[in-house]
Design a protein around this ligand. Structure first.
Ligand code: DQA
Length: 149
């Protein structure tokens, strides 16, 4: 499915391990739970949410190119790439539709190296610290921004 009404929900490294990965930081929901929540939320908002995850920087860059070429909005959790990937930053800078940066945890309240996001300045905005609800808020933001445009 392409065009307005579709949103890509892209997830970076280690997020496929949600549920077993540091649950005290990232919560008990599995990646499949998160994907189902995004699809259900999208449906409520009139959006088809396609949810993907990769541990591979090149694959994530390729998906961002696909979004730019298809004028698709994106909800992106870049995971650790947030803090150092200029390749991701440069791919996001080519966006042709809203892109919301999301984080389950609040990186500003964690280790020093997480305080820097090299992608925030080229995103439409950032939602962080609300667990899986960060994705719900980000999808609501996408729906609002699409309605405005
Ligand atoms: C994260 C925060 C990042 O610092 C971390 O590297 C992640 C997950 C989050 O969703 O809270 O992998 O993006």
């Amino acid at each position: 499915m392409t065009g307005i009404g579709e949103v890509l929900v892209l997830n970076g490294p280690n997020l496929g391990r949600l549920g077993s990965r540091e649950p005290e930081v990232y919560g008990a929901a599995t990646f499949d739970d998160l994907a189902a929540l995004c699809r259900d939320t999208g449906r409520r908002l009139g959006l088809h949410a396609e949810v993907r995850q990769t541990d591979d920087e090149a694959e994530l860059v390729g998906w961002l190119h696909e979004a730019a070429d298809g004028r698709l909005p994106v909800v992106l959790n870049p995971a650790a790439f947030t803090h150092y990937s200029y390749a991701l930053r440069d791919a996001i800078a080519q966006r042709t539709a809203p892109l919301i940066e999301v984080h389950l945890s609040n990186p500003a309240a964690r280790e020093e190296f997480r305080h820097t996001s090299v992608v925030a300045a080229v995103a439409s905005g950032t939602v962080a610290g609300f667990g899986v609800y960060s994705y719900v808020l980000a999808l609501q933001a996408v729906a609002e921004l699409l309605a405005e445009s």
